[in-house]
Design a protein around this ligand. Sequence first.
Ligand code: GAL
Length: 813
Amino acid sequence: MVLNRFRPLFFLFLCIPAIVLGQVRSVLTLKKNWKFHNGQDSMAYKMAFDDSKWQSVTIPHDWAIYGPFDKEIDKQVVAIEQNNETVATEKTGRTGALPYVGQGWYRNKFRIPQYKKGQKVILLFEGAMSEPKVYVNGNKVGEWGYGYSYFHFDITEKVLADKLNTIAVQLTNVESSSRWYPGAGLYRNVRVIVKNNESIDLWGTYITTPFISPEMAKVNIKTKASGDGVHLVTRIIDAAGDTLSTDITHLKFGNEFDQNIAVPDPKLWSPESPYLYTAVSQLFVGDELKDEVTTRFGIRDIKYNSKTGFSLNGKTRKFKGVCLHHDLGPLGAAVNRSALKRQLRILKDMGCDAIRSSHNMPSLEQLELCDEMGFMFLAESFDEWAKPKVENGYNRFFEEYAEKDIVNLVRATRNHPSIVMWSTGNEVPDQYGLIGVKRAKWIQDIFHREDPTRPVTVGMDQVQNSMESGFGAILDIPGLNYRLPLYEEAYEKFPQGFILGSETASTVSSRGIYKFPVVEAKMKQYKDYQSSSYDLETCSWSNIPDDDFVWQDDKSWVIGEFVWTGFDYLGEPTPYDEKWPSRSSYFGINDLAGLPKDRYYLYRSRWNTEEETLHILPHWNWEGREGENTPVFVYTSYDSAELFINGKSMGVRKKHSGTAKNRYRLMWMDVQYEPGSLKVVAFDGQGKVAAEKEMVTAGKPYRIILDPDRTELNADGEDLAFVTVSVVDKHGILCPTATNQLKFKVKGEGKYRAACNGDPTSLEMFHHPTMKLFSGKLVVLVTTTEKAGSIELSVTGKGLKSAKIGLSSKKPL
Ligand code: GAL
């Protein structure tokens, strides 16, 4: 990704926030002063239009996340073929039951400071949901189809120097256009880039590292630039800011410079050591600097081969990945760096090392964070090609836009070392029929043309068919979604010599909710529309995590997995697709608030090889179940453990090869509930006591407890603290079944932003400063103002001792 920093000085203009200006190029990020209207208006594109009565908003913005939830919104009466359904039924929460359908208009007035005639002006959208039509000063400058694409228009001819310019954007979302909550509006950044006529193209820098040895790496930099008589100076800088090499070239091939630069003693990028270099590309005419672009990159080697599977920097490894949707729970689709960073921190602690952006283009912020924090990335493009999954899905745009969308995806993101694979599609119905095989090749070829260094996959669900048709054989990487019984046959029949679990598990659970009897079940429903957190319930097409672990552990030719999903997301409330008020998923390893479910510890126990995991479930507050069978599971990195109830041993359990579950979980199936203490003692390989954990039955809710993820924030109006709120009894023991209604107040240089309790059936709005606890917990999001200072969050609840917490914010450097 091209990260622009500009020299020689940074100027901040008071009237135009978020602007970075330099001698040669300026980037204005249009965050503020937007006016928004949810509805149609045939005059709103005009320059002179009066938008003073419209709502004032900041971008990124998702107009639909403010609700209210409504059963009737985008109610889809369909048979979901991918889920093996044959009869159409009413699906209520499929797209989240939030008001994303309809039209929205955004308008912004801005000045282009220091604009000189002859300069180029580019308007860049990093995503707009959806079907944007863009006007500058009353003139239409372009339109796009897909809401997840990055796209840009040259608006040089339409802008006014030294005057206010008006951008108007019309967005349209139609019903039955998605299988999940897509969000609505300008949910990612909008930027105006002003540069000289002699300049480097937008996304014109392409950095690869084709040769790496311990002594030296060859960094190849291709730079597309326009202008006569230009030459390029490229410097490579290490993470400490020291220049390592400088290269000057006057030689252009068409409009492209091609440099090979040596980096001595290269430090390689990996999830464990995400070392980043920077290339500064300066374009000159004679002595005059005309443009400058700064690009971060990593030096790393990826290989996929039939003998060794996937290797990074020469070491074979398997992807310990999760799939993520783009929404950020209570923030909706509106992109937010600190929310993304928190997600990655949680996943890092779990030992996860890879992300799949299912099923569309990731935000640029997420890729930057993956580069910095160390996550490999499978960047996906589409959920549909020409054949529909939903009536008004991407199939409407495929013919006209597919190539443009891929070109933009690759060019905008190819310098991210985190990206190790592209995906052209997820479970596209085009897997059927010869035309689909041709399409697969056509799209894959576009990726190869744009980036010959990374392989391409498709997440396939029609595995049998794709073995017969040749569809799977042409892919660089055959990706199997679920379909464990076909792994062996697919490996035999596909020529690649390895397969990827491009989508796995789809186990469903609700945080802190346990159901009896404890049995494995498919599409299981309960009266409260929750799923059991014993992690034994799945969809008809999916499986428990342990079944994947067996294939990952036993077959060298399985190169890893991407679990469905890292976090719950809005929409797709399987197995309650037809049950109102279910409106968000049950698939997450973490819930919609980002709180870990039990499954988090099951994955952690095998993925996080650095730290111990010892986790007991269920909770131990079962008033009314005294004497009844209440199985206890322990998810642990240790091989064996002994369980005690009120000091009485329930016996030792050891992981063994009986069933998949026995290999990865310690289970005491015949425990009778009695209140008090539940204690587990874990043993190391020598049978010595290695760790202990105790859970105690809680008394009545007494006091509120606040636990922030961070206390020092940036005073930028966007940063967020995620404060976990829970209720404990008089002795400080967490009350795991508490559902108290709480209220939130923020004082000082911060604002209440949202709350979320992770209950997939809750219809409380996230932005209202009150919410019920779910399984004893919820999360409050506090944001900063642009003024540095102290912030106070107080949380109150009827009959409970309230709580306060102090946060502080500083001006970012
Ligand atoms: C897959 C699909 C995902 C999601 C998942 C739920 O088949 O690719 O998008 O729908 O099922 O299990």
